[in-house]
Design a binder for this molecule. Sequence first.
Ligand SMILES: Nc1ncnc2c1ncn2[C@@H]1O[C@H](COP(=O)(O)OP(=O)(O)O)[C@@H](O)[C@H]1O
Ligand SMILES: [Mg+2]
Length: 297
Amino acid sequence: MADPHPIVEVKPEWVIDREDMGTKTKFWYRDPDDDVNWLFKYPRSDTGEHWAEKIAEEVASVLGIRHAKVELAEFEGDRGSATESFARGGRALCHGNELLEWTVGGYDPKKKFHQSEHTLANIFAGMDRVFEKPEAASRAKHTLAEYAVLDALIGNTDRHHENWGLLRQREGNGLRGILFLAPSFDHATSLGRELLDERRNRFLKENRVGGYVEKGRGAIYWSEDERRGPSPLELVRRAVRTYPDLFRPVVLKLAEINESVFSEIVERIPPDWMTFLAREFAVKLLYYNYGQLKEMV
Ligand SMILES: Nc1ncnc2c1ncn2[C@@H]1O[C@H](COP(=O)(O)OP(=O)(O)O)[C@@H](O)[C@H]1O
Ligand SMILES: [Mg+2]
């Protein structure tokens, strides 16, 4: 068995700043021996949001999908995850809601729930407008399709309009200075991380992990008149048919991977960070989604 993932010990004197975006407690820090800021995120109580972040990151690596680097971390005896900032070297993050506000008439960037205008079609149209060069727009759309497939694989239901974005030059303004799609980040809401072991046990015993996944509601909508978003898996089912050029390449790439790699990734979470049932459930979820995605191409 491969070694467990290392755990970063964050020192109190490294703390820089609290991060107010998003919904959970977190702060930015910098290790003086490192020239990059990291975001320490506490998991909500009784959830596995920290291990979900790390497993998701490893899965993205295996698929070659651009993502923020993540480590398991501890701060003052509390466990969490740490995400490396990609907003550096004169670059800043511009969130999806800003892009859609500029490009989709009437888009409400502040709407937190049921934002049914946050559709793939609107996101892709926004990218066509925001990039001057068609090749840059095409690259961003392909990369976003990769993020949607990653979400389907890990069951990430939280890809709302502040959980993806574009990198821009820090001094840019409005649509000016936009560079490319930012690496994928915030995968905390995945892999059944909110379930308690008793429920996991029931899903596993009754062979209903697939049912759990299919009932999940994603934050990217298919059409504006839907009341609720489809599951991340269902979103890709539809997208593979409607946008085959964008979605088939990454699903084909996934299909070439041996699924045993997913259980190896889960095994590398240190023993007392994740229960046996949480591991079993996460692996079953990955296998189910992998099987479903493979059938789409
Ligand atoms: N790797 C990163 N680089 C730069 N900014 C980031 C990065 N990860 C997160 N952020 C910023 O911090 C915010 C909160 O982080 P996120 O991981 O989304 O936390 P939460 O789970 O609370 O939503 C994001 O909306 C984004 O603005
Ligand atoms: Mg977030």
